[in-house]
Design a protein around this ligand. Structure first.
Ligand SMILES: Cc1cc2nc3c(=O)[nH]c(=O)nc-3n(C[C@H](O)[C@H](O)[C@H](O)COP(=O)(O)O)c2cc1C
Length: 360
């Protein structure tokens, strides 16, 4: 039934994966990340599954047109078994590396429908769902979960379900749904899962740098790491992980390098028909993360938020990133430089995890 995972770029090393991120990990972003050193594995943002759903075309592009050289898993969010199976069958007609089930999204609009993180309250339902998906997926079936909803009361039980249905790869984001994105990460729970499941496990949550990745792998016994927000801040992070795992000093990134990244991201993610001002606003959402490594006082963040046009934005980037272009881009985020302190107060309950609601 189950089959081997794709080999890592550097055989024998821990795996690296870019975390699925709604509104972020589209084809353009995956290409940009790959240009700085690809992760071993990619995951799409989630395909939403319900009675009327069809796989979203823009997410399919990240599978069909994937030219990064690395495999991409299709992530699904939903709970209705016939529709989940129907969607899996549709996705398996595309060049996916496997199918990933989302058991973690903490957005209230999502969990109130009993999908994503909401399912963690109902292990019986998870059992039926993973059982049905296992039947429907002849290749790789993977699961990405948090450690629980309110607490970790069902954690062991859900791990048992993962084992029984022979899931091929498990990612654990070491927080509960209630803990959203900012609490401490419970790496001890990740270690508990790594010891419990026979399949490889990816540790997720606040893997901020290559040095942290190596420590987390060592401390948890995980087979590798999945990295989300810190890959938006630092797209060199996967290459740096490989260097660190090989015992070498990771690449030193300069502020001038970051200026190049901003420009590449700007052009790669620009969509036809989207006005300049709207694209500048979208860029600010990525730059919220990038700014955490630029200066310890958050001056770049403060200034870039005021940009209203492409020329203003790049003028600000030039001032902050090119006046001392050789200076180091911090490998860890500067403490206390938080993009938007109110980020966890969703405005109007957005229906997913997006750059609108989640910050560093
Ligand atoms: C903007 C954003 C969108 C996200 N969208 C998804 C998603 O579609 N599916 C998913 O499983 N997790 C999603 N997540 C959660 C991440 O995959 C990851 O579990 C979380 O950010 C913790 O990892 P990090 O500390 O490396 O960012 C999202 C996170 C962010 C910041």
């Amino acid at each position: 039934m189950s089959q081997a995972l794709p080999l890592p770029i550097s055989p024998g090393q821990p795996l690296t994966a870019l975390a699925p991120m709604q509104d972020v990990t589209d084809l353009a972003f995956m290409r940009v990340v790959a240009s700085y050193g690809a992760p071993d594995l990619f995951f799409t943002e989630f395909f939403r599954v319900h009675a009327q759903s069809r796989p979203e075309r823009h997410i399919l592009r990240s599978i069909d047109e994937n030219d990064t050289g690395r495999p991409v898993f299709a992530q699904l969010i939903g709970e209705d078994i016939p529709h989940m199976v129907r969607t899996v069958e549709a996705l398996l007609r595309h060049p996916v590396a496997g199918i990933d089930l989302n058991l973690g999204c903490p957005a209230p609009k999502v969990y109130k429908k009993n999908v994503g993180g909401g399912l963690l309250r109902d292990p019986d339902r998870i059992d039926l769902l993973i059982g049905a998906l296992r039947q429907a997926v002849p290749g790789l079936l993977t699961v990405k979960m948090r450690i629980g909803f309110e607490d970790d009361a069902h954690f062991e039980r859900i791990l048992g379900i993962v084992v029984r249905h022979q899931v091929d790869l498990l990612t654990v984001h070491g927080r509960t749904v209630r803990e959203m994105y900012r609490s401490e990460v419970h790496y001890d729970k990740i270690a508990q899962a790594a010891a419990r499941v026979p399949c490889p496990l990816l540790a997720n949550g606040n893997v901020t740098s290559a040095a942290r990745a190596a420590e987390i792998v060592r401390d948890t016994g995980a087979a590798g790491v999945m990295i989300g927000r810190h890959a938006i801040r630092n797209p060199w992070i996967f290459r740096q992980c490989r260097e660190r795992f090989a015992g070498r000093e990771p690449l030193r990134v300069s502020l001038g390098d970051v200026r190049g990244y901003v420009e590449r991201l700007y052009h790669a993610t620009r969509q036809e028909g989207i006005p300049e001002r709207a694209h500048v606003n979208k860029m600010k959402k990525y730059l919220n993360f990038v700014g955490q490594g630029v200066d310890p006082r958050g001056d770049f963040l403060r200034d870039m938020r005021r940009a209203e046009s492409e020329s203003e934005l790049f003028g600000i980037c030039d001032r902050h990133l090119l006046s001392d272009a050789g200076a180091a881009f911090a490998p860890e985020p500067y403490p206390g430089v938080i993009a938007r302190p109110n980020c966890e107060t969703p405005v109007g309950e957005p229906d997913g995890c997006s750059l609108e609601t989640v910050s560093a």
